[in-house]
Design a protein around this ligand. Structure first.
Ligand code: UDP
Length: 277
């Protein structure tokens, strides 16, 4: 190999390595979750969300990797949060920084997972003995208390307000936003030939001077939505991983493709340098 070629190979390798590692080492890590790492943001009141390819299910009992998931979820969540803010839903999203990172506003996460369901599936099907895919008479909203130790138990409004996890006013706001988000996303996905079966949302308190506002936080992606192809009912979400189905990566890619946001270069680009826009 010519000296020039060797130099280029070394340079390319070094740049690629730096690109992958720089954001991780430069920033102070605040928290590492199952699918994301949170770093201190560049300005006060901001946080950097780094999307990993790691996947877990059944309260951490099943672990694995879905190649390219972090890159796709970063884009999918950016896209959906941006569309939602356009219809007046306040969100924590500021901007995407690179392939795996996005800048978000620092919020105090309200420890409640809000699940909205349009069609019976998963734990709901088990609980009520309803075949997966049975349409519900109307959308149903459920609350779960965020606690790995307790396995995220389902809770009532009574528990939430009595234990002070959220005030009645905050709960009202979260509920009305969740219903609006469901209506909007159901239409958005249906136009792409996808049924929004159910999904999970998280909200946070945004402190702005004297004011506190409840805003949509976390992420919206195939990790926390059930998405089925309208014609075939094929699952295009994390259930493919949970249930050991094939073509897990392809399902995430298909959602991004239909949203028109598959990274340029297609699937080959999914493991590329992290810091390139
Ligand atoms: N979900 C989630 N995180 C959780 C639990 C559920 O994102 O910790 C999402 C899940 O992807 C699905 C919806 O919430 O879209 C309803 O999930 P379900 O209660 O049916 O639980 P599962 O069957 O996934 O255990």
């Amino acid at each position: 190999m010519a000296v020039g070629t060797i130099a280029i190979v070394i340079l390319t390798y070094t740049m690629d390595t730096l690109a992958k590692e720089a954001p991780m080492s430069r920033r102070r890590q605040i928290y590492e979750g199952k699918a994301k790492v949170l770093f201190e943001g560049p300005e006060p009141g901001t946080i950097v969300q780094y999307f990993k390819d790691d996947a877990t299910a059944f309260n951490n009992k099943k672990r694995g990797t879905i190649t390219g998931k972090g890159v796709l979820n970063n884009r999918i969540s950016e896209y959906l949060m941006t569309r939602l803010s356009e219809i007046g839903i306040p969100t924590h999203f500021v901007r995407r920084l690179n392939m795996r990172e996005q800048l978000v506003k620092k919020v105090e996460i309200i420890p409640i997972e809000i699940v909205v369901r349009n069609v019976a599936a998963g734990s709901f099907s088990d609980r009520f003995g309803l075949a997966e895919g049975s349409p519900l008479p109307r959308s149903i909203v459920e609350y779960y208390y965020k606690s790995d130790e307790l396995g995220d138990p389902m809770v009532l409004e009574e528990h939430i307000t009595a234990f002070g996890w959220a005030t009645p006013q905050e709960l009202d706001e979260m509920l009305s936003m969740s219903i609006r988000i469901n209506d909007f996303l159901t239409g958005l996905f249906f136009a792409l030939g996808i049924k929004l079966i159910d999904f999970k949302l998280e909200f946070g308190r945004l402190y702005e001077g004297e004011e506190v506002r409840v805003v949509l936080a976390d992420e919206i992606s195939p990790d926390n939505c059930r998405l089925w192809d309208v014609k075939t009912n094929e699952k295009l979400d994390k259930d493919r991983f949970r249930r050991d189905l094939d073509r897990v990566e392809e399902a995430y890619q298909e959602v991004a493709r239909r949203l028109g946001i598959l990274p340029e270069g297609g699937p080959r680009d999914l493991q590329g340098p992290d810091t390139i826009q």
